[in-house]
Design a protein around this ligand. Sequence first.
Ligand code: PMP
Length: 282
Amino acid sequence: VLFGDSFVDTSVQQPYISLEERGLQFGDGIYEVVRLYSGVFHLLEPHLVRLYRSMEEIELKPTFSKAQLVRWLYELVEQNQFRGDGMIYLQISRGVQPRNHIYDPQNVPTLYAYIVGKERPLSSMQQGIKACSEQDIRWLRCDIKSLNLLPNVMARTSAERKGCTEALFVRNGIVTEGSHSNFFLVKNGALYTHPATHLILNGIVRQYVLSLAHTLEIPVHEEMFGLRDVLQADECFFTATTSEVMPMVQLDGTAIGTGVPGPITYALQEAFSEGVKNTRLH
Ligand code: PMP
């Protein structure tokens, strides 16, 4: 079940998308992926804050209120009677207009969302994953959660062909983030991650993990670092809405630390799981 009546062809009860939809033709839009545990939203508010920021940054004006959007999201869960673990994909694009690079800021946006069941990746979280470094050839506004994911798609596919689960982006010798996740390393008991500049997406789980680290009294440094620092790290992990706190145990075939997920990664995973448990209770 989707929402947004205007996009459902009532004769066949199928959603449709116009040929001259700017999201399709230009990637002119933004999106969010929100987690559900036992059918309950997890960290919804910060996702909404980022969604509105993304829209503002590309001058996309919503024709609905934030309260209406939240009602739609809850309706989506209810109409599907979704009670499992999953995610909602929500996309807002500039809408339909005769094809032209120049956009009309008053154009009515197209919005759609749907739910997909998705279990917590418990076994990879326990074992860790292998990553391959890839050149970060993205634009300079990676802070916007834009629909333009071609460099991410190509990097991850390239990494997958080398036997890796995630691609680790490197720009001018600096490790930025994963193709669809943020990146952290642990050295001498402290956490390091790229600062939230225009070169990375400020992940919701990134922000959450930083707050968990604060609670656990783990020192945090939002600083730039290179591939050599990663290879000499004690522990490494990625964070994202669907993959949570995902240990990286190998980079480009070299083991990180002892080659298995480390104690700080584990402590953060445990703290994250506590939060998941609390969400399920609501
Ligand atoms: N960076 C990139 C490039 C991503 O695509 C994602 C996931 N969408 C993230 C980081 C992680 O963000 P979040 O924690 O909000 O899922």
